[in-house]
Design a protein around this ligand. Structure first.
Ligand code: NI
Length: 401
């Protein structure tokens, strides 16, 4: 990408910025839940056709747009945005002009910004088609927020393989970084979030006669403490791992020993094998404790998304492109991975790729709340940087460095 081209594109993004904001707000007012993004999909397909894209719809919602560049090459790069909203009742005066019009559904994770961002990149890339080497694949992915994850369905559908995708990039708004900034790291970036439910069955009875009963409350208490030892005594301390029991429910009165207690929690790791070891050790512990007391158990494990692990080469490329376009100081190196999950991980099981954070936090836009908070907002200026980097990645060719 030449300097003249860089300047031209930066100016073009300034010109289309009002349109990016308008699109973001339109999506924000009409949010749709995971796997139900029908209206959003129609809007995307129509807009992309309008830009002159070839559009595929391998799933019921979401779509994939393909642009063949003017410079012949086998290179195929994919850029991905997620399009779904969350089951949250939205709040927030900073968004009063464009609050969600749908009760209990809101874009409280910034996916409206991601979608508008990628649509902006689509518009500009089409205009600069002749400068593109190879093919650009734009992935508007449904259902990031819900298992099994739209990322999984798309990467397993085979369409990206058929299109010959060689590398993939995705981003997420971040309230922890300023607009104009991006943050990234090579290697593990986001955790693998598995979920579990433990049901401890005892034998109900009178609180005053515990010897006649099997008390699932006492057994649960033992398990809550003992299960922490699965992490500290069975897992290599250099492997990051977290086990949290976030919900416990059982009993009905102060003088009754209940029949059962149910506990729900999550295990966060960066490695399937580590997660599997934790699962097995948890089950052994639960079995031993409940059986020793004459009780029984049910242990249910729901496998979450894999960990987001950034490829070294694509991350190097992303950093090089970003540093050049927005300046070295604006590209932050993340030190510690985040224990939240992301279904971008599924693409990375098939293609080398990089996921990065797009700074969108600012006091003036009220973007000070964490993801999934009812007041979550993203500073829209983030999109100027987002579009620029996505376009830069698509226009970058290996001989640019
Ligand atoms: Ni999200």
């Amino acid at each position: 990408m030449t300097e003249t081209l860089e300047k031209e594109i930066t100016q073009r993004i300034e010109q289309i910025y009002p349109e990016l904001v308008q699109t973001r707000r339109k999506l924000h007012q009409e949010p749709e839940l995971s796997f139900y993004e029908f209206q959003t999909t129609s809007f995307l397909v129509e807009t992309l056709h309008g830009y002159g894209y070839e559009v595929h719809q391998p799933l019921e919602t979401g779509c994939i747009a393909v642009l063949k560049g003017g410079k012949k090459s086998d290179r195929v790069i994919a850029l991905r945005a997620d399009i779904d909203a969350l089951p949250i009742q939205e709040e927030g005066e900073h968004k009063s002009e464009f609050l969600s019009r749908r009760n209990g559904v809101a874009h409280c994770c910034g996916h409206d910004v991601h979608t508008s961002n990628l649509l902006g990149a689509a518009k500009i890339l089409k205009e600069y088609k002749d400068d593109i080497e190879g093919t650009v694949v734009l992935v508007f992915q449904p259902a990031e927020e819900k298992l099994p994850g739209g990322g999984r369905l798309l990467s397993e559908s085979g369409i990206l393989q058929k299109l010959g995708v060689q590398e993939i990039y995705g981003l997420h708004t971040s309230p922890y970084h300023q607009p104009g900034e991006v943050a990234v790291k090579s290697g593990p970036l986001m955790a693998r979030p598995d979920e579990f439910t433990i049901t401890v069955f005892g034998k109900g009875g009178h609180a005053a006669a515990p010897h006649m009963a099997v008390d699932p409350v006492v057994l649960s208490g033992q398990l809550i403490t003992l299960l922490q030892s699965v992490i500290t005594r069975h897992i290599n301390p250099t492997d990051p791992a977290v086990l949290t029991i976030g919900k416990i429910e059982g009993g009905s009165a102060h003088n009754v020993i209940p029949e059962k207690v149910e506990m729900k929690g999550t295990v966060r790791t960066f490695d399937r094998e580590v997660a599997e070891k934790i699962r097995m050790q948890m089950e052994q512990t639960i079995k031993a404790v409940t059986e020793a007391a004459g009780g029984s158990y049910d242990f249910n494990w729901d496998e979450g998304y894999p960990a987001v692990v950034n490829d070294a080469d694509t991350t190097e490329k992303m950093k090089r492109v970003a540093r050049r376009l927005i300046g070295v100081k604006q590209v932050t190196e993340i030190e510690d991975p985040v224990m939240a999950g992301e279904d971008f991980a599924f693409y990375q099981e098939h293609f080398p790729g990089t996921f990065f954070f797009l700074g969108s936090g600012s006091e003036e836009s009220g973007s000070v709340y964490s993801w999934h908070h009812p007041r979550y907002n993203a500073d829209e200026r983030a999109m100027k940087t987002g579009v620029l980097i996505l376009v830069g990645l698509a226009l970058d060719s290996s001989d640019d460095s």
